[in-house]
Design a protein around this ligand. Sequence first.
Ligand code: ADP
Ligand code: MG
Length: 387
Amino acid sequence: MASPQAQIQPCRYKTGKTLGAGSYSVVKECVHIDTGRYYAAKVINKRLMAGREHMVRNEIAVLKRVSMGHRNILTLVDYFETMNNLYLVTDLALGGELFDRICRKGNYYESDAADLIRATLSAVAYLHDHGIVHRDLKPENLLFRTPEDNADLLIADFGLSRIMDEEQFHVLTTTCGTPGYMAPEIFKKTGHGKPVDVWAIGVITYFLLCGYTPFDRDSNLEEMQAILIADYSFTPLEYWRGVSLPAREFIRRCLTIDPAARMTSHEALSHPWIADSTTSENNEDLLPTVKKNFNARRTLHAAIDTIRAINQLRAGGAAGMMDGVVSHDPKRGAAPSAKPSQVPQPVAEGSDPMEIDSRNNGHGQTEEMIREQERKIRETTQGMWRR
Ligand code: ADP
Ligand code: MG
């Protein structure tokens, strides 16, 4: 039953192919029946909101006010409800997600990363000026408006997921999400205001320059512990040699534990790496490294999930299959050999009979380490199948 204030209307849109999906919603291409114009519709099932519809409606009202005001924010075109769903109709972003697009490029320089971060920051500063904290900034929520080279980068996904998951620890334990972009104060429960977005920008910047995230660990718990003490470094050196000092300094100023000492979004916009990046003399093509690290990590996460599944089966835990709790993946859609959504965690963390120190304490890996791990994984899985 809808609440009394809800206005139930017939749907004026015809939906088409699915563009993407999150934990609470499906995003579909749609066409407005009267005008023939194409849009994207985010469809949220009311059953999943369990009495929190009013919060969503509130947030949508705010977003409606700001979403037209900045070229790097996805415009909310329409909003309506049917008996079962909420519909957020937005512009169609035809240029795809940020990281997919980078991977498809022929080359990619530090100044390109600075341009992308500048666009994101400018939208974030605009949101902050209007009293809005996004709370869910990550590469999957950054989309390009068109496939053209000079297309605008858009902040999509208006952080509704944070309304849905008020309890952050709930997110950690029950979804496939990684805490990777979350600020320390979120875990400490000491606040989650505007500074959390700047922290996330720091994580995204780090990721855009090397292809892995700074706090990447084998488990969400370890990752959270690393975030709490900002345990990250610009290593291995082979991947950071080509990255300028201003870029590192920018990341450091974003990944500052104390939210009060962290840069604000406006300070970040005037940081030399962002403000004077056209004068950057750093001409190294980062694409080969970024792509390689990203793919290595994806393969590795899939392998870890496979090994965990095997361990679980060996330990007689087949009943736990389909629990949906998985090791995090740097990106949705891991290698097809191990569907993350179907692979459970090991029975007990630390008692994993085939524990692999997969990520060298979370920092990037050298070629040699990747080869060694691939060998280990091969041996382990081969041994398994022979049994
Ligand atoms: P969720 O809150 O469930 O994460 P998102 O708004 O992030 O939902 O959308 C999920 C995915 O759907 C995105 O990562 C993106 O790939 C795709 N998507 C979302 N909005 C659009 C859009 N306006 N145009 C094209 N694709 C979109
Ligand atoms: Mg999203």
